[in-house]
Design a protein. Structure first.
Length: 118
């Protein structure tokens, strides 16, 4: 993770700043989690939530508890949150940005997530 990815992605694309609170579902032991939870926030002065939540209910609880501004997820997590939205609705009012990586995000999940967030 170099200066280029911080400047060209974290700052230029995601517009991360010291005002952000980052929540990433990816473990910090993996490159996706390491960038999201350590390198990007450290470079811009943001704050990270480190959590061992591994199911939709715990992730929803964490988002409501910590009120992050940026959520880094993976497609399967977005799908699981959508699956339980009727019994565990997500208060997403703090989120300004939701990012997905690690695998292709199916168009149907993206569309349903967009609809759910509005």
């Amino acid at each position: 993770m170099g200066v280029v990815s911080i400047k060209q992605y974290a700052q230029a694309v995601l517009d991360l700043s010291e005002k952000d609170l980052i929540y990433s579902v990816a473990n910090i032991a993996f490159a996706y989690g390491l960038g999201n939870s350590l390198y990007f926030p450290l470079a811009v002065g943001a704050t990270s939530v480190l959590s061992d939540a591994n199911n939709a209910f715990d992730i929803i609880d964490d988002i409501e508890r910590y009120q992050p501004t940026v959520f880094f997820g993976i497609p399967s997590v977005y799908a699981r949150i959508l699956e339980v939205k009727e019994i565990a609705p997500l208060n997403s009012s703090s989120l300004r940005l939701c990012v997905s990586a690690a695998e292709q995000l199916p168009k149907t999940i993206w569309q349903e997530w967009q609809k759910y967030m509005t």
